[in-house]
Design a binder for this molecule. Structure first.
Ligand code: GLA
Length: 369
């Protein structure tokens, strides 16, 4: 990918890039729909990534050529919404206060709409490059917050902080327990005996924006009725008085927070069977209480669990379509991928894509001249 994006840059701009940035996607092992209620998440950055090659210009313009989306030209002195993919770039440049114009080429192998955070991956690629070219210090937390505000306030997607934090701060071979209230990060080593497999159902999210917002609002209503700052501060006993739908939505968040903290502790203790059980419970809660799974996600998680080498499997990210994640015995990965692919195709007629990923480092400058 690095060579390809450098070649894209040379072909388009007729000069060498000054720097190449690699910005990963992410997969969340457990802890979904908790981040916007100040809760806990436990993601890793993945090997699939967005690559951006860039070099300074002498005027305050930014030109970005995306391999998938075409060319966009932006004026740093007059950043406006366009209502298309370039808003992720424009919003990030505005949020970080970028002032140096540059040319850039972008490529990614993070699929869009699959729950692997292609948008956070693009945002942090832009933020990292802009920091380097402006000569500003790099701080993963403030970059993540700026990228989230670009997405919330400029693009108009009301996401939480998980995706931007893990893309900014991911660590090789570590999962991070992120406290989404304090933004404290606690690293867990992924036990040697297991591998992380991404199971892409091949289905893609469409109207998820409005459903996502609807879930967020339900959680806000529940926390208001309970008189707590966020559902992070609630326990199951407090939920009894809530109307049925709100109670189920809130119960997901409350129980998911406990599962997530427990999963991180079990990982540290090397108890992968327990992590697997918690992942399975998380899927059931997202499916039944929070209602953000889909037939395809349920099918792939179920097929995955049937394999004896699989410790646990669950949908990951916002839901409604896209990917699941499984924890698989290191010796069983090849067989697991073959069996689960075939089982899912038989059950649904969709063609899935299954692959192993290591936990990758967060966004970084891979080379500069
Ligand atoms: C999306 C959002 C995140 C998070 C997840 C669900 O990925 O961008 O902030 O809320 O959904 O866990």
């Amino acid at each position: 990918m690095r060579d390809l994006v450098m070649r894209d840059f040379q072909a388009r701009y007729g000069r060498e890039p000054e720097l190449v940035v690699r910005s990963p996607g992410r997969v969340n092992l457990i802890g979904d729909h908790t981040d916007y209620q100040d809760g806990f998440v436990f993601p890793i950055a993945i090997e699939r990534a967005t690559w951006l090659a860039a070099a300074r210009r002498t005027d305050p313009l930014v030109s970005v050529a995306s391999h998938d989306h075409g060319l966009v030209d932006l004026d740093l002195l007059e950043i406006e919404r366009r209502g298309d993919w370039s808003d992720y770039i424009a919003g990030t440049l505005r949020a970080v206060g970028a002032h140096t114009g540059f040319d850039a080429s972008v490529r990614t192998d993070v699929p869009v709409g699959a729950g692997l955070s292609s948008s956070a991956s693009l945002e942090l690629a832009v933020a990292r490059a802009a920091a380097e070219l402006d000569g500003r210090d790099w701080d993963p937390r403030s970059a993540a917050l700026a990228a989230q505000s670009a997405e919330n306030d400029f693009v108009g997607v009301p996401c939480g902080i998980m995706d931007q934090m893990i893309v900014a701060a991911g660590r090789r071979d570590r999962a991070l327990l992120i406290d989404c209230r304090s933004l404290d990060l606690t690293e867990s080593t992924i036990p040697q005996s297991v591998r992380i497999v991404i199971l892409d159902t091949g289905t893609r999210r469409q109207l998820a924006g409005s459903e996502y917002e609807e879930r967020r609002l339900a959680c806000e209503e529940a926390s208001e009725r309970l008189g707590v700052p966020a559902l992070r501060d609630a326990d199951e006993a407090m939920l009894r008085g809530l109307p049925d739908l709100l109670r189920r939505r809130a119960r997901h968040v409350v129980t998911e927070n406990s599962r997530t903290v427990a999963a991180a502790a079990a990982f540290d203790a090397g108890d992968v069977a327990e992590v697997g059980r918690l992942m399975n419970d998380s899927h059931a809660s997202l499916r039944d209480d929070f209602e953000v799974s889909s037939a395809a996600l349920d099918a792939i998680a179920e097929v995955a669990r049937r394999h004896p080498g699989c410790h646990g499997a669950r949908m990951t990210g916002g839901g409604f379509a896209g990917c699941a994640v499984a924890l698989v015995d290191e010796n069983a990965v090849g067989d697991f991928i073959a069996a689960a692919s075939a089982g899912y195709s038989d059950a649904t007629g969709h063609v899935p894509t299954l692959y192993e990923t290591r936990a990758a480092p967060g966004v970084r400058v891979e080379s500069s001249s």
